[in-house]
Ligand binder design. Sequence first.
Ligand SMILES: Cc1ncc(COP(=O)(O)O)c(C=O)c1O
Length: 340
Amino acid sequence: MEKEIDWKNLSFGYMPTDYNVRCTYRDGKWGEIEVSQSPYVEMHIAATGLHYGQEIFEGLKAFRGKDGKVRVFRLDENAKRLRESAKGLLMEPVPEELFKEMVLKVVKLNERFVPPYGTGASLYIRPVEFGISAQVGVKPAKEYTFIIFVTPVGPYFKTGFNPSNICIMRQYDRVAPQGTGRWKVGGNYAASLEAGEKAHELGYSAVLYLDPKEKKYLDECGPANFFMIKDGKYTTPASDSILPSITNKSFQQLARDMGIEVDARHITVDELEDAVEAAACGTAAVASPVGEIDDLDTGKKYVIAKDGKPGPITTALYNELRGIQYGDIEDRHGWITFVE
Ligand SMILES: Cc1ncc(COP(=O)(O)O)c(C=O)c1O
């Protein structure tokens, strides 16, 4: 008999599931959706995805509600963002309808891996697209493979919904000023590994990147966006070098719903001085409250969570978002798609 899954103690890691779904763009069109039980791909050794970084991905989640129903959060937004990433790297954009059909299919096929309600876990959905045609010159591929796999996950940060500390290190950039930061491109993550590992070694949960041009404004927080509460407003960086986070966008809407003003603009580093709450936000992390931000270049320490606890607005936003995702709160903005 198969080992039972310990839903309450899942990490944010990979666990094999039953199926993945695949589709290939060839001869100017997308083919049929294939269902695979293999976690491997066979590809040409000269594929552009391997050599020239023609690789993009997405990350979204499915949640099981009290009613047992499975809900996918903001399917359309992820479909759209993958298309934007594809356009950025001259890849073939996956049609929105195909994206949605494949997500719903792969979740349905792996329904037994959607964690039970009340465990705090969810099913992480990972769409990935890459160039597969053989090319030695630096040119976009003519053929692309799009795959979606799923894996059940627990919380991203080990500290859960508790403040953790982050740091600023000016010697590292994730992306270039007019580069690929606004797209979900594998290379951005490769470029962030050294800084991320260094931050972890020093005891920080993530790096708070500054804008790569002037190193004057806040950008984002490792694999998550950043927001803070300042002068009673939900304040978040507007920048061309950050990924437009769907979680951040959702929090902005929820903040407005709560009567909180949203201030999305360039934020200078010294404005951290006036932040009364701060958090990293993203699909994986949801909202991960920030305790302290240490600027490792200047030695300045911005203590945000003075009592060591998440702030009231961050907590309210977190609860509201989780409530909608798990079906405990009405989906008043049409963010949920049920897996039938
Ligand atoms: C660089 C980066 N920024 C922000 C986010 C958060 O985006 P979202 O809320 O859409 O998951 C992610 C994760 O997806 C990310 O990798």
